[in-house]
Design a protein around this ligand. Structure first.
Ligand SMILES: [Zn+2]
Length: 241
């Protein structure tokens, strides 16, 4: 029998060990009494991220970190993140169609499982580092999808889980500013893994994830105070913690 605990201010954070989810995790640790992390093993190409996520969660003092096996996602989807014989596209490769790095249903499945976990432990919020600015080609990063998805889940589970997407309206430079606001820019820079080729820190430099991360950092470093100001405005953050 499931024991449903009712406490205040608990959050489930979808945590991949990348720049975005680590920044969300750092913020959640400030805003929530208890944070539960959930990391998915779908036999992803850059599966090094699972080890990175474990190490970061430990470093950040997270006591509850679930690594869930959902390798069925790998069996069902054909993407350059789930198949080694499909090359990771170079960031210069522009396309108007969905990139080969799109894993259909991934965010839907991740958020659904996280909502089930939140329901069971009585957490009020599910938090994910999804941004509609980063990957305009990914339909499951759109605000419209998150809003409709949240409504459907809450209707289907008769709950009022808050689907918080702190980065939704931030660009990459502003995401770096958010990390800097929490005085964790160096941790994010050195210890997270965003690269589609599975290289920690600054990554391979050739994939679109590396490109977005590096150009965002360069933009932030070139114009810190204005970007910090804009980020605080978007995130409703005060001047001091
Ligand atoms: Zn890369």
């Amino acid at each position: 029998m499931i024991n449903i605990r009712k406490k205040t201010k608990q959050a489930v954070v979808l945590f991949s060990g990348g720049q975005d989810s680590t920044t969300c995790l750092i913020q959640a640790c400030q805003f929530y009494n208890k944070v539960y992390c959930i990391t998915f093993d779908y036999n992803q190409r850059h599966r090094q991220e699972i080890k990175v996520a474990m190490r970061l969660a430990k470093h950040l003092g997270i006591q509850e970190h679930k690594i869930l096996d959902i390798t069925i996602l790998n069996e069902l989807t054909i993407s350059s993140l789930t198949r080694f014989n499909i090359p990771i596209p170079n960031y210069k490769f522009n396309t108007t169609c969905l990139p080969s790095t799109f894993v259909p249903g991934r965010n839907i499945l991740f958020l659904t499982i996280s909502a089930i976990y939140a329901y069971t432990i009585g957490a009020e919020s599910v938090i994910a580092g999804i941004s509609e600015n980063d990957f305009l080609n990914y339909p499951d990063c759109r605000k419209e999808f998150i809003n409709l998805f949240g409504n459907a889940i809450n209707l289907g589970m008769e709950r009022n889980i808050n689907f918080e997407m702190p980065l939704m309206s931030l660009n990459k430079a502003e995401t770096w500013a958010l990390a800097d606001y929490f005085q964790q820019l160096q941790l994010i820079r050195l210890e997270t893994l965003t690269c589609y080729n599975g290289i920690k820190g600054d990554g391979c430099g050739n994939c679109s994830a590396c490109y977005a991360r590096a150009s965002g950092l360069a933009d932030y470093e070139a114009n810190r105070s204005n970007i910090m100001k804009e980020m605080k405005k978007k995130c409703f953050l005060k001047n001091v913690l």
